[in-house]
Design a protein around this ligand. Structure first.
Ligand SMILES: Nc1ncnc2c1ncn2[C@@H]1O[C@H](COP(=O)(O)OP(=O)(O)OP(=O)(O)O)[C@@H](O)[C@H]1O
Length: 236
């Protein structure tokens, strides 16, 4: 069964076509990277799937349901490109608040678990607005994963994180059994967190396939980044 389906989706902002006939699907349990040059339409695609904005035409479904519905929100998680937790609440208060909103039976226990898991314990009493950008990103990831979501949409999830924290988060995400769509510019992140790629340019799919197919398209020893940039520049 496909968990994410976009069919001929169009989204305009004024005269700009951010998405222009986008069609792809992701099977349940699939781990997909959304790649594309600046302005390709990645964030717009993510926002449509998260139900934050609506397409002008075309069909979008999440497990057969419309994005943004109450039912879908229960099992979907979305991390925007620049997430901001509630600035005046402390790290712990943010976690307990979101856990309560999500109906988690033991919000305090779940908050504690995530504070430990993401090394945020020392900042539990600090207001989110006063945390460093990297710690805000860690807190945002914790808030996104708080309800063990079935479908996870992540826009540049490792932004601002130092290398040890990136490794920790990669380990954490790899251990989840969720369906993933991860938008990123960084090929090494795509290849460590996902096994398939949807490459878009100018709001349309230009290539889709497995990461191993993508690697096979390169010359021997050619870094995957170079294969991707060659494919992207062909379509620019
Ligand atoms: N709210 C908006 N108002 C006007 N234009 C927008 C808006 N959001 C996106 N766009 C335009 O739509 C196009 C696609 O933008 P989008 O942010 O989806 O691309 P992206 O692939 O995520 O880019 P990047 O890699 O630079 O983050 C761009 O031309 C952008 O300027």
């Amino acid at each position: 069964m496909d968990c994410i389906v976009l069919s001929n989706v169009v989204k305009r902002f004024g005269n700009v076509y951010a998405i222009n006939g986008l069609t792809f699907s992701i099977p349940c349990g699939g781990r997909y990277a959304l790649l594309g040059p600046n302005g390709a339409g990645k964030s717009t695609t993510m926002k449509i799937l998260a139900g934050l904005i609506k397409q002008d035409s075309g069909d979008v479904s999440i497990k057969g349901m419309k994005p943004g519905t109450k039912q879908v929100k229960k099992f979907l998680a979305y991390l925007p490109e620049d997430p901001v937790p509630y600035r005046i609440l402390t790290a712990r208060e943010n976690l307990e608040y979101f856990a309560s909103l999500r109906g988690i039976p033991d919000p305090k226990g779940r908050a504690e678990e995530l504070l430990e898991l993401l090394d945020l314990k020392q900042y539990e009493k600090v207001q989110a607005g006063k945390l460093s950008r990297g710690n805000q990103q860690k807190l945002s990831l914790a808030l996104v994963l708080i309800h063990n979501p079935e479908i996870v949409l992540l826009d540049e999830p490792l932004n601002y994180l130092d290398i040890p924290t990136q490794e920790k988060v990669i380990g954490l995400l790899r251990n989840l059994n969720s369906t993933f769509l991860i938008s990123t510019h960084i090929m090494s992140i795509a290849s460590r967190l996902t096994d398939h790629v949807v490459m878009i340019s100018k709001g349309r799919v230009v290539w889709t396939g497995s990461i191993s197919d993508l690697k096979a398209m390169g010359r021997e020893d050619e870094p995957i980044e170079s294969v991707v940039s060659r494919m992207m520049s062909n379509d620019l």
